[in-house]
Design a protein around this ligand. Sequence first.
Ligand code: ATP
Ligand code: MG
Length: 331
Amino acid sequence: MSDERAGRIADFIEPLRVEPGSTVRLGRDFDPRYKAGLKKRDGVELLQTGVSLLAEYQERLAAQDSHGVLLCLQALDAGGKDGTIRHVMSGVNPQGVRVSSFKVPSAEELDHDYLWRYAQRLPARGEIAIFNRSHYEEVLVVRVHPENLVRQRLPEVEGGRDLWDRRYREINRWERYLTDNGFSVVKIFLNLSKEEQRTRFLKRIDRPEKNWKFSAADVRERRRWDDYQHAFSEMLSATSTKWAPWYVVPADRKWFARICAAAILAHTLMEIDPQYPDVGDAARKDLLATKRDLEREAPEGAAADPYEDRSEKGRSGKGRSGKRRSGKRRG
Ligand code: ATP
Ligand code: MG
């Protein structure tokens, strides 16, 4: 990967990063319609480039097997989390990716500390784990609807300022612990405007094949728009850290949001820069001895090493017939 390309990706995502320690006010600081001067038709090719880049890096991540990546996706309803996952991960090997969606917690989950259920779904080394909603719900929906907190049966439960500050601290430390141990934490907030959410809800109502996506609860949540904007702003200000910064991705244009998400994930993988392992001289010698054994097993008429034969042909445009035995099969 050229440094130039890595630099271009870093520049592209820079305006989306929440500077650690800064105070965010969503409405003032981030425009859901921003598109970096790009046109939708440029978007197709860019996303394709991003997707192939991710495929290559994921393979290297799996081969190196020492680091993992956790991608947290947060958004308001109709923000486009599902579509982003579908498009951005379209090129990667499904064996290396694990997607977990977090809904209202179950009775069993409520019987544990609030980070417990998220810890169960962390990536292994070599894996990318995606959280479709994440531990950040614990300072978002739980904050906007304090009855969720009551269900958590905390000792001395008070929904006051102190509790949220404590949770921000705990989350920051948890993410620090993960990054120190080889797991990068990438956090993306898909920032949708209120008007675009209205349009997307209407589309879900107007088109019968989209009806299943619509839920009356989404409209109830929409009435709490300002409370959510406030909770998001506070959360972004308190939990964008040097080791796990937040990226606010403009989400009114789906095509642009997907490019941004792909670029942010690619940037993280490039920073890890995983390599295919070098097996070392001794192992290489053993491999070559095995190669000779396998070549001796070639049946009459077959190339000693059909793979090498094919690649040679590809390179020179013709076969290496001199190495072949007679065209006839034995017997
Ligand atoms: P989609 O609607 O696209 O299928 P979704 O993520 O909105 O995806 P839903 O089943 O509609 O999925 O909603 C999940 C609900 O669970 C959301 O309203 C969310 O706020 C809620 N939720 C998630 N985590 C928690 C939590 N820790 N405590 C309480 N509610 C939570
Ligand atoms: Mg929903």
